[in-house]
Ligand binder design. Structure first.
Ligand SMILES: C[S@@+](CC[C@H](N)C(=O)[O-])C[C@H]1O[C@@H](n2cnc3c(N)ncnc32)[C@H](O)[C@@H]1O
Length: 278
């Protein structure tokens, strides 16, 4: 199965690479072996590259469980549609109170249905977890969030990604990046998109100097080809890890505009980098 237009993931997360996906794909060579994506997040990069064989990993267990549940058909376009239609009615009448009820039940007993509900109606589509690994994002304040067309859109996204999972050899593991990268061999390709160093972090997204240096060390020694996404600079500062470490590899940069919050004039630019060893 091949999807021509860029395909969207049903899961949203911080640092999602929906926009730069074409740029990343343009640098990706033909993949002879296995595609390894140690920081899959929404999975949107691999799902657009569409390798035949892939290992997708992340330390966020809820993301991984969601994709495992898609693979085992617990999550399907129709079951998600029915679930969201029922939840929508409750959200319309009880709004914030209902959102909090689902969040509490998810934090007590996580499951992939509640996960996508929360993911798609939490504030700013942010998945933020507290120090105990509990989701603590507030409601997006739109009780009418799950319109008919929004539910159809999510259900179609699940249909597209399920089609890819069914027609390729894809596995999903809740692993830290060290394990994923060390399993890659010569013909394989590794795409790394770690939490950006010195920027936003939370329980599943904490990223300190020690992690960046470990990643550098593993990628320096891998036999596989790799691409790393990172930030190069913004209007205030440079990413010092590029000068201090990553500059030994090849690099491309591109400006990326993004909005902070709701105001149109809160426009910021970050220069993104792709670092690669080929
Ligand atoms: C920038 S996001 C990846 C976004 C993804 N490329 C996308 O387009 O949706 C970084 C991801 O790394 C994961 N992560 C954080 N620390 C990790 C670690 N030590 N090992 C593996 N994954 C980790 C986070 O849970 C998060 O999903």
């Amino acid at each position: 199965m091949f999807i021509d237009a860029n395909t969207n993931s049903p899961i949203k997360c911080q640092g999602i690479k929906t926009k730069p996906v074409d740029w990343i794909r343009s640098k990706t060579l033909q993949i002879k072996g296995v595609w390894h994506e140690p920081f899959m997040g929404s999975g949107v990069v691999g799902f657009n590259i569409q390798p035949k064989n892939a290992v997708f990993c992340d330390t966020n267990p809820h993301l991984i469980q969601f994709y495992k549940d898609m693979k085992s058909k617990i999550i399907e376009p129709q079951s998600i549609r029915e679930y969201l239609e029922i939840e929508n009615k409750k959200l319309l009448t009880r709004a914030d109170d209902y959102y909090k009820e689902v969040r509490a039940r998810f934090n007590q007993n996580p499951n992939s249905f509640d996960f996508i509900f929360l993911n798609r109606c939490c504030f700013n589509g942010m998945m933020r977890f507290n120090s105990k690994g509990k989701l603590n994002v507030p409601f997006c304040k739109k009780p009418q969030r799950f319109t008919k067309s929004y539910i159809t859109k999510i259900s179609n996204q699940i249909k597209n990604i399920s089609g890819l999972i069914d027609s390729n050899n894809y596995s999903f593991f809740c692993n830290s990046f060290e394990k994923t990268i060390s399993q890659a061999t010569q013909d394989d390709f590794i795409y790394c998109d770690p939490p950006y160093i010195d920027r936003y972090s939370d329980y599943f997204n904490s990223w300190k100097e020690e992690s960046e240096l470990k990643l550098f060390d593993l990628l320096k020694n891998t036999q596989a080809k790799f691409i790393l996404s990172t930030w190069h600079h913004n209007q205030y500062r440079d990413n010092i890890y590029i000068q201090n470490y990553w500059k030994i590899f090849n690099m491309l940069t591109k400006d990326h505009f993004y909005h902070l919050g709701a105001k149109q004039n809160n426009r910021n630019t970050i220069t993104e980098a792709l670092i690669f060893n080929f």
